[in-house]
Design a binder for this molecule. Structure first.
Ligand SMILES: *[C@@H]1O[C@H](CO)[C@@H](O)[C@H](O)[C@H]1NC(C)=O
Ligand SMILES: *[C@@H]1O[C@H](CO)[C@@H](O)[C@H](O)[C@H]1NC(C)=O
Ligand SMILES: *[C@@H]1O[C@H](CO)[C@@H](O)[C@H](O)[C@H]1NC(C)=O
Ligand SMILES: *[C@@H]1O[C@H](CO)[C@@H](O)[C@H](O)[C@H]1NC(C)=O
Ligand SMILES: *[C@@H]1O[C@H](CO)[C@@H](O)[C@H](O)[C@H]1NC(C)=O
Length: 587
């Protein structure tokens, strides 16, 4: 059963504590002895008992007679007293003193926080000291308290030293001083940012200069808000630090060099010096006067997919040996050689090309870049053939013209006669006499009397590259006295729409197809309904065309015009499709 105890301070003595339990019962100490009679020279063990109180301090008193004054047994405060002195003993239990509670007083002083060195932007590995200064408190023995995110074991000195900072040292720092029960205010917060070790950045206003010139190099450390840097410059080959003999040191972070070489830099600050990573290196070249030229072999800047071409870098003057470099925005990059041979061009070879030379004997001496040359790789072209005139007139010659889409050079031309091939639904081509590889893009045929079809194509280069064949083009003959002819029923040039017209191929041949060359320049091979050698059509506007027959053995018939006009567009002239011979009657 628990007892609630209450105690109160005695009126006259701090050490006299009266306690009671909840029922108000006085608590009284009792003293017990292991014996009440002590043999001479012996001792007795006294025990002081205060109900329910375990952890008390005790006072012991002795009287020489019942009424004599109590004297304190000096130095005894345990519950058990061993004594070898007889007398009247009493004891008293006493609650222990509390731990002290400190009541501080704030003094109106705000310490100043300083950084040594003074950079708030620092880098992992740097060392920095945060110092707490209390003005007006000089001479006093302050101890210091530090505050910071996650700073768990603060030092008590006025310096907080961060050695080889890491990212986790980032944060806001502040301090205050403490002396006895006096406390200063907290200082303002200084925010430290710790970044990863930076890499110096080297910028060159130019990477090459003519003999006698110079370039300016700039070294910097990011972020640009960081300060206190000194810059160190290095050059390859001579191997070490750039000395004032090799360069003009401009303001901090800039030098002007007039010697080719590979340069790099780094930054350093602090004591001991903290260094950044080295910058990337840049190559600075001296430009010599030799001029490179990009040349194409063959010299066609417009080429076609699959063609072969060589792009060459030529440097004239002197017998210097060169290494070559190319610059191009094409997808495929040429190797760094004098000559780039493209065996089968593709659109990935399209682009601007320029080159420069680098002296084999002196690697930091180069030529200027050449002018750039544009190479355009186009799809395989299909030339366009024109035939003039379209209708044969006796005695006139026929002129063929073959044109390759993109203007370009070096073509020779091939001229073919189309030979009807009914099974293939196309035609095969037969070279015309002297029609192979002509330099001219036109070809003249004399004495042509029958309807005929022609095709051309072009080729160039070595190995020769050929374009596709052109679409076939025709020259038509109206002469009915040829081996094959076409008759139209009803026999008239003009027809209304939805007329029933039959076209019949005539001649001593077994197989036929009717061909149609429409107003819009399209060539048709199929008659929708062919019965034997007759093609029946129900006319519509799109049937306005030139018609002729082709036999299975390659014969062309004479050709006819048929025009179809809408019913509403007035009358039609009824005239025969074939030219009439002199003296014949026509209705
Ligand atoms: C090809 O060479 C000739 C003469 O060498 C030159 O006049 C012409 O400009 C060159 N064409 C191209 C496209 O380089
Ligand atoms: C050619 O050399 C330049 C400069 O040294 C280099 O940047 C480039 O990658 C090289 N090109 C090839 C294809 O090796
Ligand atoms: C190369 O650059 C030129 C000029 O800037 C541009 O006209 C051309 O389209 C570019 N070619 C390619 C393949 O990027
Ligand atoms: C067909 O029409 C064209 C022009 O439309 C003409 O030059 C040609 O002589 C005509 N042919 C016949 C056979 O009527
Ligand atoms: C048609 O051809 C056959 C065999 O080639 C020949 O016997 C016949 O005489 C020819 N007829 C005409 C009208 O040419």
């Amino acid at each position: 059963m628990g007892h609630s105890l209450f105690c109160f301070l005695g009126l006259f003595s701090l050490n006299t504590i009266l306690c009671g339990n909840a029922e108000g019962e006085k608590v009284k100490a009792t003293v017990k002895a292991n014996t009440e009679i002590m043999p001479a020279g012996g001792s007795v063990t006294l025990t002081c008992d205060v109900n329910h109180f375990a952890d008390l301090e005790y006072d012991w008193f002795r009287q020489t007679s019942k009424n004599s004054e109590k004297t304190t047994v000096a130095g005894e405060s345990d519950r058990v007293l061993v004594t070898s002195e007889a007398g009247f003993y009493t004891c008293r239990g006493r609650v222990k003193d509390s731990d002290p509670i400190i009541i501080h007083e704030t003094v109106p002083i705000k310490p100043t926080l300083t950084l040594q060195p003074s950079w708030t932007q620092i880098y992992s590995g740097e060392t920095v000291t945060v110092r707490c200064e209390i003005q007006g408190g000089e001479g006093a023995q302050w101890t210091y308290e530090w505050r910071r995110n996650k700073l768990n074991t603060p030092p008590t000195s006025n310096e907080y030293r961060i050695i080889r900072a890491t990212k986790s040292d980032s944060g806001g720092y502040s301090c205050r001083g403490r002396r006895d029960y006096f406390l200063t205010e907290w200082s303002d917060i200084i925010t430290l940012t710790v970044s990863y070790k930076p890499k110096a950045k080297l910028r060159a206003d130019n990477t090459a200069f003519p003999v006698g010139g110079s370039v300016t190099l700039t070294c910097s450390v990011n972020p640009s808000s960081s300060s206190g840097w000194k810059y160190y410059w290095y050059i390859e080959d001579s191997g070490g630090l750039v000395s004032p003999r090799d360069a003009v040191f401009l303001s901090n972070g800039q030098i002007r060099v007039s010697q080719g070489g590979r340069y790099w830099c780094k930054g350093g600050r602090g004591q001991p010096v903290y260094y950044t990573e080295d910058s990337e290196s840049v190559r600075i070249d001296t430009i010599v006067s030799n001029r490179p030229v990009v040349t194409l072999y063959p010299n066609w800047s417009e080429i076609y997919r699959g063609e072969t071409i060589t792009v060459r870098c030529e440097i004239h003057g002197g017998d210097t040996e060169w290494d070559y470099e190319w610059e191009t925005n094409s997808t495929i990059k040429p190797p760094n050689q004098t000559e780039y041979r493209i065996r089968s061009a593709s659109s990935s070879n399209s682009g601007n090309y320029r080159c420069k030379g680098r002296m084999k004997s002196s690697q930091h001496k180069t030529t200027e870049w050449s002018d750039s040359v544009t190479l355009t790789v186009s799809n395989k072209p299909r030339p366009v053939l024109t035939v003039s005139p379209s209708w044969l007139s006796p005695g006139a010659s026929v002129t063929l013209n073959c044109e390759v889409e993109h203007p370009s050079a070096g073509w020779s031309f091939y001229w073919y006669k189309a030979v009807p091939d009914l099974s293939e639904k196309t035609s095969s081509y037969e070279l015309l006499p002297d029609g192979s590889g002509t330099a001219q893009d036109s070809y003249i045929i004399h004495g042509q009397t029958h309807t005929a079809g022609y095709v051309c194509r072009a080729g160039r280069g070595d190995p020769e590259y050929h374009t596709d064949h052109s679409q076939p083009k025709f020259v038509w003959s109206a002469d009915v006295h040829s081996a094959a002819s076409l008759t139209v029923s009803p026999d008239r040039v003009q027809h209304f729409t939805s007329d029933s017209v039959s076209l019949t191929c005539e001649g001593n041949f077994t197989e036929w197809r009717v061909r149609k060359f429409s107003e819009d320049g399209r060539l048709y091979s199929d008659c929708r309904r062919m019965t034997g050698s007759t093609c029946n059509i129900y006319t519509s506007k799109s049937d306005t065309a030139v018609y002729w027959c082709e036999s299975g053995s390659g014969e062309f018939s004479s050709a006819v015009n048929i025009t179809v006009q809408n019913d509403g567009n007035g009358p039609i002239l009824v005239s025969p499709v074939h030219p009439v011979t002199e003296g014949a009657s026509v209705s």
